[in-house]
Design a protein around this ligand. Structure first.
Ligand SMILES: [Zn+2]
Length: 363
């Protein structure tokens, strides 16, 4: 393979095409070069922070066909060989990914739990698969998205694989935070925590690597809160900032309106959640979290840290209507609701509690 091809696919030789996670990449590379990969990893970070990209690049590196013959694995995926391309397209026979979304479309799992937790059936299917030797690559790799949603039965079944992993397997569990899985699972995994990428670094990358106009890049980088995957996805959607403006105007309308009736909002979110559109619910809670956080920052005199940098003129008078304690309580309530949904609390209970706490102390 020529140097030009490597440059096209993966940047400088040895580097992985992922933004802002150089330390994590170096840790994974160092470990596989020295003693080979561990059998299990926990990739922790908020959704769209780059966890799945990092997992895919790791799988590609382990099975890349450019690895030195008879030696260790490659230092970076070439991105061009048959194995790298199959992994990229999700069709490599030795790299299996499970997720709530896949479970839903694949039909595994009990109907009632499909949208909220990885079922024991899904875990058993995965285990049966992991017991086979690799067909094409060196390693059989399982990427377990939404690993934090496993209930006790699924987690205990999974624990058996972690305790006695087949010699040629690598398991990658993807979670929002390290505490999302049982300590018995965590203690058997190598923990890789993704770092939040600084605003300036994100804005620069959006402009230079993804062709986003500088001003738009700055707004998106501020909104991204360190999540490169989020910023890149938003940068690729031309209508994103317009839609976000409409959503934010509606949220501000809710807060400024006379009745402050949040129950239609709860109904809408519960309905979406039940129909399996969890990502949309989390995205909306995330937007509320951003708004409460900004109001708190503006109210406390730290508006330079706000996310919605283009809305400060509207945020200032609104923030003045709340006490710092109330804004802090609303922020905590929103964060709790997102966590409760992750922990399978009944959606209506989680969301109603949230909006009640938003308006607590008002007459
Ligand atoms: Zn390759």
């Amino acid at each position: 393979m020529s140097t030009t091809q490597v440059d096209n696919a993966a940047g400088a030789a040895g580097s992985w095409p992922i933004l802002g996670q150089e330390r994590m990449v170096a840790a994974l590379q160092g470990a596989i070069a020295r003693e080979g990969p561990s059998h299990a990893y926990l990739f922790a970070g908020p959704p769209q922070s780059g966890r799945s990209t990092l997992a895919r690049l790791f799988a590609q590196t382990l099975n890349c066909e450019t690895a030195p013959a008879g030696g260790g694995p490659a230092a970076a995926p070439c991105g061009l060989c048959r194995s790298c391309r199959k992994i990229e397209r999700g069709i490599h026979p030795d790299v299996r990914a499970v997720s709530l979304a896949g479970q839903e479309s694949g039909g595994a799992g009990r109907r009632e739990s499909k949208h909220t937790s990885l079922s024991i059936d899904t875990i058993r299917e995965l285990q049966a698969d992991l017991n086979l030797r690799p067909l094409e690559g060196r390693w059989r790799i399982a990427i377990v998205e939404d690993a934090g949603t496993m209930r006790e039965d699924a987690a205990n079944a999974f624990l058996k694989t972690l305790e006695e992993p087949p010699p040629f397997t690598v398991l990658i569990l993807i979670v929002p935070e390290v505490g999302a899985v049982l300590p018995t699972i965590r203690s058997r995994c190598q923990v890789i925590e993704l770092r939040a990428v600084p605003r300036e670094e994100l804005a620069r990358a959006l402009t230079t690597r993804h062709g986003v106009a500088p001003e738009r890049a700055r707004t998106l980088a501020a909104l991204a809160r360190g999540r490169a995957g989020w910023a890149i996805a938003a940068g690729g959607q031309p209508g994103f900032l317009d839609e976000r403006r409409a959503a934010l105007d509606a949220m501000l309308g809710f807060l400024q309106g006379p009745a402050r009736d949040f129950f239609p909002l709860v109904d809408r979110l519960v309905d979406r959640f039940k129909r399996g559109r969890r990502d949309e619910v989390y995205a909306e809670l995330d937007a509320w979290l951003g708004l409460w956080r900004d109001l708190l920052l503006v109210r406390s005199g730290c508006e330079e840290l706000a996310l919605n940098v283009d809305y400060l003129d509207q945020l200032r008078p609104l923030a003045a209507r709340f006490t710092i304690a109330r804004l802090r309580a609303a922020l905590t309530a929103t964060r709790d609701a997102a966590r409760w949904l992750d922990e399978n609390v009944i959606p209506r209970l989680a969301l109603e509690t949230m909006v009640l706490r938003w308006t607590e102390g008002e007459c």
